[in-house]
Each structure stands twice: as structure tokens, then as C-alpha cells.
Design a protein around this ligand. Structure first.
Ligand SMILES: [Zn+2]
Length: 68
């Protein structure tokens, strides 16, 4: 039975705590849950910016300006 708090290092295969940022054996940087959360947060903020542009018709305004 696998320990839910451990995962395997992709570089050396050592069992590393899920909360660790680095493998203690080989020093490889591991993608932590916090990093994934930051990436999702960045994607959401980009999506929100695009949505706000769309909502206020700024894309249409830019197209109109470009056509003139
Ligand atoms: Zn390792």
C-alpha cells in the first residue's frame, strides 16, 4: 500500500514528501501543489482580462480603429 503523503521523484525515483519542493536525494525541483495553484491563478487572471475586454466591446473598438 502506497503512503498517500509520499510521491516518487521523477529524476531518481526516491520517495519524497508531497510537501517538499526539492528531492532530498538528488536535489531535483519538484512541482508542488502551490506551484500548480499559481499557474492556475495566472491562467484565470489572463482569462478574466480577455473576458473583461470582450464584455466591454474593446475588441470591436480596436477592430474599428484598425480598419480606419
Ligand atoms: Zn530525486
Amino acid at each position: 500500500m502506497n503512503n498517500a503523503k509520499l510521491r516518487k521523484c521523477p529524476d531518481c525515483g526516491a520517495e519524497v514528501s508531497k510537501t517538499a519542493d526539492k528531492c532530498p536525494k538528488c536535489g531535483a525541483v519538484l512541482p508542488s501543489a502551490a506551484n500548480i495553484g499559481n499557474a492556475i491563478g495566472a491562467l484565470i487572471s489572463i482569462g478574466l482580462t480577455v473576458w473583461i475586454f470582450w464584455k466591454f466591446g474593446l475588441f470591436k473598438m480596436i477592430l474599428v480603429v484598425l480598419r480606419h
